[in-house]
Write a protein that binds this ligand. Structure first.
Ligand code: SF4
Ligand code: SF4
Length: 106
């Protein structure tokens, strides 16, 4: 079952389902949770050693990897928790405020 949330912006409190019910398993891709984010991860390729630790720990599977190397972040689903930046052993990831210009590579 999927809820029709197309009119959610005009719902009153009575129309919201009670509790946190996940009606269908494996649906996380359907929800653009990146809209919750206030900061986004930014990776400095010059500092990154491709250890893949950020990919392992990301709770939202939002660190994209190709050919065993980190490429980009899935910003539709990254919630900006900053765990990737916390664990990075080379400080290659900075959390930057949404809407700001991305830093120059240091
Ligand atoms: S944890 Fe840091 S060094 Fe390791 S792959 Fe991620 S960004 Fe690169
Ligand atoms: S900020 Fe959090 S959700 Fe986003 S890529 Fe890093 S660990 Fe994943």
């Amino acid at each position: 079952m999927k809820w029709d949330i197309s009119e959610m912006g005009s719902w009153t409190y009575k129309q919201f389902p009670q509790g946190a019910v996940i009606p269908e398993a494996g649906n996380s891709n359907d929800y653009i949770t990146g809209g919750w984010r206030s900061e986004r991860p930014w990776r400095n390729d010059e500092k990154c050693t491709q250890c893949l630790l950020c990919w392992i720990v990301c709770p939202d599977s939002s660190v994209r990897v190709a050919d065993e190397k980190v490429t980009t972040f899935d910003l539709d689903h990254c919630k900006g928790c900053g765990i990737c930046a916390q664990v990075c052993p080379t400080d290659a990831i900075d959390m930057v405020p949404e809407g700001c210009d991305l830093p120059e590579v240091k």
